[in-house]
Ligand binder design. Sequence first.
Ligand SMILES: [Zn+2]
Length: 132
Amino acid sequence: MIRRWLSKIMYGRYGIDMLSITILIAAVFLSLIGQLTQQIALVLISYIPLWYVIYRTLSRQTQKRYAENQKFLKLTANLRNWTSKKWFRIKDSRYHRYFKCPTCNQTLRVPKGKGKIEITCPKCKTRFTKKV
Ligand SMILES: [Zn+2]
């Protein structure tokens, strides 16, 4: 029932995307800070991005909204790439250690728990010993 009603309302409308989700998270964050520091102005300001997200989600100009999202994804590509790399490293740190080659600064990933090992840089062939 609700689902049918929702799909009727959302018909021809843009819906949610990464840009909207990001704005939404920022708005909730802003509102939380406002509530914690008891800054009412901040809480009120946080409604602006919230309304913007609702406007985008219900927008019928899907091409325009799509283009906005693509622009946003392009602008944040480096940051998202960097974050996911860091995140992978944190998860991977249980099984691997990371070193920088002393000669060429290349990042090297070696298995953990093997004791003292000799590492050969695949880029410049420099050899160095590390405990892993
Ligand atoms: Zn190297």
